[in-house]
Design a protein around this ligand. Structure first.
Ligand SMILES: Nc1ncnc2c1ncn2[C@@H]1O[C@H](COP(=O)(O)OP(=O)(O)OP(=O)(O)O)[C@@H](O)[C@H]1O
Length: 239
């Protein structure tokens, strides 16, 4: 059974149909990439999966259970964790305190377990040296790492990453990809929206292409990237 299933999910904002009859499965432990031009509806799709936006029609299943009407909080507790395209840490709190908040209020970690649990996430996301630093003053790579760490602190079985590699240098991107690979190797399923295709394709096993809210194509990265239609909609974007 897939860990996550979308069945004919649709969402409109006014007259604009942003998600149009989208269906796909995510298998246990799989890493799936979502690509598509700006405005294709990728972030909205994440918001539908996490419950930040309600679907107009269609269903979302987690472990075979219909979660379409569950709140964002409940879905987070059930194992869906996410990072945001624009990192939004509590800027005046330290890196460690940011993780504590995520672990205690977004996840299911007890007060007694939280300190050790958060230190472990800091190690895994290479943020331990920054633990006591104010989050608002971090440089971009560390801010991205904190976004990843905050999502991990909610103990996700499915980790949603929204353009986490954007804006990084090549070297920084390689470092972050190595961390994401380790998380994936630990068994966490991943759905990753990304425009930096070489980073994405070095991690994911399958790609879903969105265009005007619809699934244009899905398949292994090499097959999808060889498609003329996909290359055309990506003209002007790194390929
Ligand atoms: N809450 C909202 N209300 C009205 N329109 C919205 C809302 N959220 C998104 N949209 C619109 O829906 C469309 C899809 O937006 P979305 O952010 O999902 O696209 P995207 O594929 O993630 O784009 P990008 O690659 O630029 O991040 C856009 O036209 C956007 O303006």
């Amino acid at each position: 059974m897939p860990i996550l299933s979308l069945k004919a999910v649709s969402k409109s904002f006014g007259a604009l149909k942003v998600t149009d009859d989208v269906s796909f499965d995510l298998n246990n432990g799989e890493a799936l990439g979502i690509i598509g031009p700006n405005g294709a509806g990728k972030s909205t799709l994440f918001n539908l999966i996490t419950g930040n936006v309600a679907a107009d029609s269609g269903q979302i299943f987690l472990d075979g259970r219909d979660v379409t009407r569950d709140s964002a909080m409940k879905r987070c507790e059930s194992g869906i964790g996410r990072s945001f395209q624009i990192p939004q840490p509590f800027g005046r709190l330290s890196v460690y305190e940011n993780l504590l908040v995520a672990a205690r209020f977004g996840g299911t970690v007890s007060a007694a377990d939280a300190p050790g649990f958060c230190m472990d996430i800091l190690e895994r996301t290479r943020l331990a040296p920054q633990a006591n630093r104010e989050a608002g003053g971090l440089p971009l790579l560390q801010r991205k790492r904190l976004e990843l760490a905050r999502a991990m602190a909610t103990k996700p079985r499915i980790l949603l990453l929204d353009e986490i590699a954007g804006g990084l240098t090549e070297a920084e991107c390689r470092e972050l990809v190595a961390t994401i690979r380790e998380i994936h190797a630990g068994g966490t399923a991943i759905i990753w929206i990304e425009h930096v295709l070489h980073a994405l394709n070095s991690v994911v096993e399958r790609l879903v292409v969105l265009n005007f809210g619809r699934v244009l194509m899905a398949g292994p990265p090499e097959e999808v990237m060889a498609s003329r239609e996909v290359r055309e909609i990506y003209l002007g974007i790194e390929a």
